[in-house]
Write a protein of this length. Structure first.
Length: 379
């Protein structure tokens, strides 16, 4: 693609993809409401629709054997989701109160996906095995959400576990219920959703090809194109939605949204196409961003569980960690002198800072005073 065409194509396709994603999310939520989806399943559907740009861009990159770009789009988007959907939301809202059971349920699935992703990127397991492990857990999770925790009876779980699972799903429903209240859809909504999805896919393909061409033209490393540029552009629908929810005092729903988005990104945008086409030999850049993804996921979940939510100070720490990630990706991609030392130092500083913030905890009395941010139980 010629440079004179690539720039307008990238900007136009990015704008079209992002704007159409909002239409797709809204119409898909209405269709889900018409079909009787639970609020938790509506949240998953909304996350999948909002993920359409990054999933399509990642699949396009993998199909063209640009594994670094593909890994960068998916994993970079996931790291940005943690910073934008959770860190930025906590910063805006002041505090996001969360149920601990929701943190454990959604966090267990999200962490499982992150670890599987790391195993595949490291070459410890083939992409097909990673996809099977990922889909097994995601399927169980969706069944639990769709049946309010009662659809896993065939697993013969102990009664205490089954009761806990039902309670956790119920609390996740409450958190999402404050944000997802679509009207019942009509057949027109299904048609609009289908057309919107097609537009998003086509625009995202053009966007990825234009970005890859421009990156090659200006000697921008593939991991930077995917992990920073495309990851940031394709994550904008999720980021804007998170800011909207936080500004309206509905930040509690963003945890489930962020974790579901990351889970679907890995499964649909990375593992599925990699299982079909193949990954090739592991790259140091892909390993680097995946380690950041796993580490920041673990840190966010630890903060959310210990503090029963995320406060403004924690939001600042998460955003700062993302900035460290961005510098690490740049240092890795451009192979600057003393790059490994710089990357290691950034990782150590980030880990120590997050650990210190976790050990210190929220300001005394803050957690109890703002605990009402969690929606009350409905009967």
């Amino acid at each position: 693609m010629a440079e004179a065409v690539a720039w307008p194509a990238f900007l136009a396709s990015a704008a079209i993809s992002l704007l159409t994603s909002f239409v797709l999310v809204a119409r898909l939520e209405r269709v889900g409401e018409r079909l009787g989806f639970s609020e938790a399943l509506l949240g998953v559907a909304a996350a999948l629709a909002a993920d359409a740009p990054e999933v399509t861009a990642a699949v396009t990159a993998v199909v063209h054997h640009e594994q670094r770009v593909g890994a960068g789009v998916v994993i970079g988007s996931n790291v940005l989701n943690l910073a934008a959907l959770l860190g930025l939301s906590a910063l805006i809202a002041g505090r996001i109160g969360l149920h601990r059971k929701v943190v454990v349920l959604g966090g267990a699935v999200a962490l499982w996906m992150a670890v599987v992703c790391l195993g595949v990127v490291l070459g410890l397991m083939p992409a097909v095995a990673g996809l099977v492990l990922a889909l097994a857990v995601v399927t169980l999770y969706l069944i639990a959400l769709g049946t309010e925790g009662r659809g896993l009876g065939w697993l013969t779980l102990p009664r205490r576990w089954a009761s806990w699972l039902q309670s956790a799903v119920s609390e996740e429903e409450l958190e999402l219920g404050t944000a997802i209240r679509p009207r019942r859809g009509r057949w027109q909504d299904g048609v609009v959703a289908g057309v919107s999805l097609l537009v998003v896919v086509v625009a995202s393909v053009i966007m990825e090809r234009a970005a890859a061409g421009l990156g090659a033209r200006y000697a921008v490393p593939e991991i930077v194109v995917g992990g920073l540029v495309l990851a940031a552009v394709t994550s904008l629908p999720n980021a804007v939605a998170a800011i909207y929810l936080a500004a309206r005092g509905r930040g509690a729903a963003t945890l489930s949204t962020a974790l579901n988005s990351n889970t679907l990104n890995v499964a649909m945008g990375w593992l599925l196409p990699s299982a079909i086409i193949g990954l090739g030999s592991p790259s140091g850049e892909a390993v680097l961003i995946t380690i950041w993804y796993v580490g920041l996921t673990l840190a966010v979940l630890a903060f959310a569980y210990r503090q029963r939510g995320l406060g403004r100070r924690t939001g600042i720490l998460i955003i700062a960690a993302y900035l460290m990630f961005a510098v690490s990706v740049g240092a890795s991609g451009y192979a600057i002198p003393a790059g490994p030392e710089v990357i290691a130092a950034l990782g150590v500083v980030t880990a120590v800072t997050l650990a210190a913030g976790l050990a210190i905890g929220p300001p005394r009395g803050k957690q109890r005073r703002q605990g009402a941010a969690v929606p009350p139980m409905r009967h």
